[in-house]
Design a protein around this ligand. Structure first.
Ligand code: AHM
Ligand code: MG
Length: 277
């Protein structure tokens, strides 16, 4: 596991450098979900693939930017599912974006997650590493990630980060979101899940939601490399998750590499509110 963490550190440093000066233009291709790919999406994917391929412990990699899983080393035990550059459409407006990694042992099943990591490329470069606990690291001027603190969610927060096309929300979702605002919650939503979930986590709690909508009945966010890694991190940080009805996003069965799900992440209080209305 240490070699995976070291590889993700190296990857985060490289991607953060590419983001500073790289070409912001589009590539002539789209990914499995139909998103037009930016040159930065493809470059970040290549950086990650090339570094992870060096690790004999990795059996296969699954990327948001690749149509199918890629076998890497026959003898490896881990599958790494990753989103190379989450929020990439916000690089042109200079918002914080990130990379997300889920480390699965044996096979691609939610309950086989043994670690999850994400990097945030903002004014600072940060890395959150979660195996048993959730640890925040920050890049220093010598290009080393220094441990800052363990992260834990409070029982209840103040932030309401709410996504999806509002005109396509269900009445019950609309009522739940309004009830939080009526209780004094403040809106925080950039449109990059890494940054939005990072904010909820570092500010102690609240709710991040990306619900089912009429235009996206299964939500937008992808299970294997976006939703489950963050579900793992939020639950290890003392929070909770749900797809709106289940007890945990980690109960989801992965049937297709690029499948999506409605998702809610937060402190326990807000997730109870989602489940019980
Ligand atoms: P991406 O991986 O192509 O960048 O898309 C995922 C992003 C998430 O980071 C974010 O939560 C969501 O899409 C925002 O979508 P919307 O603009 O519909 O709120
Ligand atoms: Mg993404």
């Amino acid at each position: 596991m240490q070699e995976i963490i070291k590889a993700v550190q190296d990857i985060a440093i490289k991607i953060s450098e590419v983001l500073k000066y790289g070409d912001l233009g589009y590539a002539a291709s789209s990914n499995a979900t139909g998103d037009t790919q930016l040159k930065l999406d493809i470059l970040s994917d290549e950086i990650i693939e090339n570094r992870l391929k060096e690790l004999s412990s990795i059996k296969a990699i699954i990327s948001e930017e690749k149509d199918a899983p890629l076998s890497v080393n026959d003898g490896g035990e881990y599958i790494i599912a990753y989103d190379p550059l989450d929020g990439s459409s916000l690089v042109d407006v200079n918002f914080a974006v990130g990379s997300i990694f889920g480390v699965y042992k044996g096979s691609l099943e939610a309950r086989n997650l043994v670690a999850a990591l994400y990097s945030v490329y903002g004014p600072r470069v940060e890395l959150v590493v979660c195996d048993d606990s959730v640890k925040l690291f920050r890049l220093n001027r010598d290009n080393e990630f220094k441990f800052i603190k363990n992260l834990e969610l409070n029982q209840k927060g103040k932030i309401n980060a709410t996504g999806g096309t509002q005109k396509g929300w269900s009445d019950s979702h609309r009522a739940m979101i309004k009830s939080l605002f009526d209780d004094g919650y403040r809106l925080r939503y950039s449109g990059a899940m890494v940054s939005d979930l990072h904010q909820v986590l570092l500010k102690g709690g609240g709710l991040f939601s990306y619900p089912a909508t009429t235009d996206a009945p299964n939500g937008k966010l992808r299970v294997a490399f976006e939703v489950l890694p963050f579900a793992y991190i939020y639950e290890k940080a003392g929070g909770a998750t749900t797809n709106g009805v289940n007890d945990s996003l980690l109960d989801i069965k992965i049937e297709q590499t690029h499948q999506t799900t409605p998702c809610y992440f937060g402190s326990k209080f807000e997730i109870d509110r989602v489940k019980n209305g």
